[in-house]
Write a protein that binds this ligand. Structure first.
Ligand code: 13P
Length: 256
């Protein structure tokens, strides 16, 4: 069975490199022993270099929150997957809903996934609906996201890809957000597994699917036990070392 994974997405936080290091070190301290859970922190690009030295324990990996699809060249403001790899990032979040609102499309996410894979990065592909409509169109939306984002990806590479199901309506920054339940999650995870299996056959069984959307130390156990997932993508709670560590501990306890 694939290792469970807890990924912290710091988004555009904290405001200084010093604060980033402080937060990172307080998480690493706890992890400075054998953990069966894979733990990843995705800070803003700028902090990767600094955090690299604090992550030498190898108990924690670094990831980025986006990457461009070209290796090098005239692309003002972009960061390439190879640059990230050279900066010690091993994971990259792609297609996050907050980037989709800024214009990211399934087509650009698709190019980014392929580029990330060729650079040796593990893509964490985010999919998820903005609303749960009564006619259940949200299933079609997630199906389209998966189909278009993973179009042309070789079967031999899919085991490396992590799918993050993030219902936008449950994310902490969404106005009038609602709590997703582990049952909401499980329903979609089963659907995603079926789509992946139709597309990639038995290789798809090696893909990890995780949940994100206000996951915290109070509901982590329920999602991990009953949501059908292999881990969590944690936003706000990953900015609080105690809460994040608690989530990792819960995952560890379930791994026993
Ligand atoms: P929150 O945990 O803050 O809802 O963020 C979820 C998320 O978007 C992680 O990528």
């Amino acid at each position: 069975m694939a290792k469970k994974i807890i990924i912290g997405n710091w988004k555009m936080n904290p405001v200084s490199s010093k604060d980033a290091e402080k937060l990172f070190i307080s998480i690493v301290k706890f992890l400075n022993r054998k953990t069966r859970t894979e733990v990843v922190i995705c800070p803003p690009f700028l902090y990767l270099e600094n955090l690299k030295s604090s992550s030498r324990t190898k108990k924690i990996s670094l990831g980025a929150q986006d990457a461009f699809w070209a290796e090098i060249g005239a692309f003002t403001g972009e960061v390439s997957p190879d640059m990230l790899y050279n900066f010690s990032a091993r994971y990259v979040i792609l297609g996050h809903s907050e980037r989709r609102t800024l214009g990211e499309t399934n087509e650009t996410v698709n190019k980014k996934i392929k580029a990330a894979l060729s650079a040796g990065l593990i893509p964490v592909l985010c999919v998820g609906e903005s609303v749960r409509d009564e006619s259940h169109d949200y299933f079609d939306l997630v199906k389209t996201q998966l189909g278009e984002c993973l179009s042309g990806v070789k079967k031999t590479s899919v085991a490396k890809i992590i799918i993050a199901y993030e219902p936008v309506w449950a994310i902490s920054s969404t106005i009038n957000r609602k709590d997703a339940t582990s049952a909401d999650c499980l329903e979609m995870i089963i659907f995603i597994r079926k789509i992946l299996s139709d597309k990639f056959g038995s290789e798809s069984k090696k893909m990890r699917i995780i949940y994100g959307g206000s996951a915290n130390e109070k509901d982590a156990e329920d999602f991990l036990r009953n949501g059908g997932v292999d881990g969590l993508l944690v936003g706000r709670a990953s900015l609080d070392a105690k809460k994040f560590i608690e989530i990792v501990k819960i995952c560890e306890a379930l791994n026993k």
